[in-house]
Design a protein around this ligand. Structure first.
Ligand SMILES: NC(=O)C1=CN([C@@H]2O[C@H](COP(=O)(O)OP(=O)(O)OC[C@H]3O[C@@H](n4cnc5c(N)ncnc54)[C@H](O)[C@@H]3O)[C@@H](O)[C@H]2O)C=CC1
Ligand SMILES: O=C([O-])CC(=O)C(=O)O
Length: 230
C-alpha cells in the first residue's frame, strides 16, 4: 500500500476533523502527519478556506521523519552521530517529491558521487521500505512518533518566543510553482514566522526539485479537487 492508497480513507478523516476545528478551535496550530501528507494539508486548508477561517501560518504538514532518516543515513555513512547531523529535506512527503539536500548538510559532508543516487533513493523510499517490511501491519510508528514529537516541540519553542527555531515542513507556499512545498521555515509566536525558501542548491538537487514538482502538483490537486467535489 502506498501513501496515495491511503487517500480513500484518510481524506474524509482530515476533512471531518477540520470541519470540527473550524468551529471549535480555528486559531489552533495544526500539525498534519496523516498520509498522504502531500494531499491532506491541501484538504485541511481548503476546508478552512471554505469556512473563511484559513490561516496558512498555522497549518503544517509534518515531514520531519524525512530529515531524521537523512540525518541517520548520512551519519552512518560518514561516521557522524546522527544527532549532530542536519540535512534539510525539501519538497513533499512521498517518493520523488522528497528531496534531500546533502550539499547543505551540517556539519559539511562529502558524499562520493557514486553513492549519491542510492542515498537519495534510500531517503525517498525509506517509508515504503518499512511498509513492505511490515507486510500489511502498518507503517513506521516509533520513528514517526519521534519525528512528530520533535516537530511539535519546535512549534512550542517558537510559540514560547525562542529565537531561531527552524524546521523543514510542508506548508502553503509561493516558493515554487507548487501551491504547497516543504523547506526550512522560521517558527515563532505566529506559527510560521518566515518562510526561508529553498536557498542555494546544486545542479543535482535542482534536477530533483524539477522532477518532484509535477508529482507534487498532482497530489496537491487531488486534495483540492476532492474538497471542491464534496
Ligand atoms: N508523516 C509521516 O512521517 C508518517 C505518517 N504516517 C501516517 O500516520 C497515520 C497514522 O499511522 P498509525 O498511527 O500507524 O495508524 P493507526 O491505524 O495505528 O492509527 C490511526 C488512529 O487514528 C484513529 N482514527 C481513525 N479515524 C479517526 C477519526 N475519524 N478521527 C480521529 N481518529 C481517528 C484510529 O482509531 C487509530 O487510533 C497514517 O496516516 C500513516 O500513514 C505514518 C508514518 C510516518
Ligand atoms: O510510507 C508510509 O506509508 C509511512 C510514511 O509516511 C513514512 O514512513 O514516511
Amino acid at each position: 500500500m502506498t501513501r496515495d492508497d491511503l487517500f480513500g480513507s484518510n481524506a474524509n478523516v482530515v476533512k471531518t476533523i477540520f470541519e470540527c476545528a473550524t468551529e471549535a478551535c480555528p486559531d489552533a496550530i495544526f500539525c498534519i502527519i496523516t498520509n498522504p501528507v502531500n494531499s491532506c494539508v491541501p484538504i485541511a486548508c481548503e476546508v478552512m478556506k471554505k469556512a473563511n477561517k484559513l490561516n496558512p501560518r498555522r497549518i503544517f504538514g509534518v515531514s520531519t521523519l524525512d530529515i531524521v532518516r537523512a540525518n541517520t543515513f548520512v551519519g552512518e555513512m560518514c561516521g557522524v552521530n546522527p544527532k549532530e547531523m542536519n540535512v534539510p529535506v525539501i519538497g513533499g512527503h512521498s517518493g520523488i517529491t522528497i528531496v534531500p539536500l546533502f550539499s547543505r548538510a551540517t556539519p559539511k559532508v562529502s558524499i562520493p558521487k557514486d553513492k549519491l543516487d542510492a542515498l537519495t533513493k534510500r531517503v525517498q523510499e525509506a517509508g515504503t521500505e518499512v511498509v513492505k517490511a511490515k507486510v500489511g501491519h502498518g507503517s513506521a510508528t516509533l520513528s514517526m512518533a519521534y519525528a512528530g514529537a520533535r516537530f511539535a516541540n519546535s512549534i512550542m519553542r517558537g510559540l514560547k518566543g525562542e529565537s531561531n527555531v527552524i524546521e523543514c515542513c510542508y506548508v502553503q507556499s509561493d516558493v515554487t510553482e507548487a501551491a504547497y512545498f516543504s523547506n526550512p521555515v522560521l517558527l515563532g509566536k505566529a506559527g510560521l514566522e518566515k518562510n526561508l525558501g529553498i536557498g542555494e542548491i546544486n545542479a543535482y538537487e535542482k534536477d530533483l526539485v524539477s522532477k518532484a514538482l509535477p508529482e507534487l502538483k498532482k497530489e496537491i490537486a487531488k486534495g483540492v479537487d476532492w474538497v471542491k467535489s464534496q
